[in-house]
Design a protein around this ligand. Structure first.
Ligand code: ATR
Length: 265
């Protein structure tokens, strides 16, 4: 039986096992997908288990998407560019790090026919998922990418990788067409993002990487102002679909039933 798992800290709430095990069963694959909470010190060992064949694949979630890199033999070009790895596998005796968050975000927008080409994008946050969102927006032809983060240094570090980024102070609201919440603000019920919504107005697109809760305050406010909104559920499903394809060479279905699986229990 093949073995897969998601590593992170915390990892308790990850829906990856539920989704992957559903697809594993549906496609009659002899495999199991678990979750494992780790500390940084455990990473080298778990990656060596991919090398020796005890584990067949790993998904990586916060806060280890960057931490795993030194222990891998090779990175795909997307993982290299974003310095972020969410999918690990073995190929010809080498442990490879890939990034399916970029493709996941692209597919999520394509799925709802949102065309980024020529649009101004405004990203909130400079954490683990931000470099993947930036690369996806670049690939889709955004005319400008603006980023804001509470800790300015982290935004400046991202600008070293993506010099074309425009940085604005936390709390400032520039002109934009699409705004993306890539912070962890909204996961907790009382979280609010420091934003002057009064200058935003309607007919823009609010995207939240968070999907649980399905409508954060950020999305509710966006909707109230007359904007299109979307949560991160489809991005999550598509990044998982891409990882599944890498490991099993099968493209699993994303349908209503799958999206329902990802709703709050
Ligand atoms: P990490 O920072 O370890 O990469 P993450 O969950 O990927 O963790 O990212 C958290 C993001 O949410 C960061 O952009 C963080 O901003 P800081 O870099 O200033 O920490 C942002 N964030 C979390 N709590 C926040 C808060 N109370 N106000 C503003 N931004 C917050």
């Amino acid at each position: 039986m093949k073995k897969y798992l998601v590593i992170g800290n915390p990892v308790e709430h990850s829906l990856s096992p539920k989704l992957h095990n559903y697809w594993i069963k549906e496609n009659k694959i002899d495999a199991v997908y678990n979750k494992k909470q780790l500390n940084e010190i455990d990473i080298q060992k778990i990656i060596s288990e991919v090398k020796n064949g005890e584990i067949d694949g790993i998904n990586v979630t916060v806060p280890f998407k960057k931490t795993v890199i030194p222990f891998l033999n090779e990175l795909t070009s997307v993982a290299k560019k974003t310095k972020s790895v969410n999918t690990i596998y073995k190929k010809m005796d080498k442990v490879i790090g890939d990034n399916t968050d970029v493709g996941g975000f692209e597919s999520a927008l394509q799925n709802i026919n949102y065309n980024v080409k020529g649009k101004i994008a405004f990203i909130l946050g400079a954490g683990g998922v931000a470099p993947s969102i930036i690369l996806a927006l670049k690939k889709m032809g955004a005319s400008k990418i603006i980023l804001s983060n509470r800790t300015k240094q982290k935004a400046e570090d991202l600008k070293k990788i993506y010099p074309e980024l425009d940085l604005v102070n936390w709390g400032d609201v520039p002109e934009f067409d699409i705004i993306i919440n890539a912070t962890s603000l909204g996961l907790k019920e009382n979280d609010t993002i420091k934003l002057d919504y009064s200058v935003i107005g309607p007919n823009k697109f609010f995207y939240d990487v968070i999907y649980n809760p399905s409508k954060t305050k950020f999305l509710l406010k966006g909707k109230e102002l007359g904007n299109q909104i979307e949560n991160g559920k489809t991005m999550f499903a598509y990044q998982a679909q891409l990882a599944f394809k890498i490991w099993h060479n099968i493209e699993p279905k994303i349908d209503e039933k799958v999206l329902k699986l990802l709703e709050n229990d």
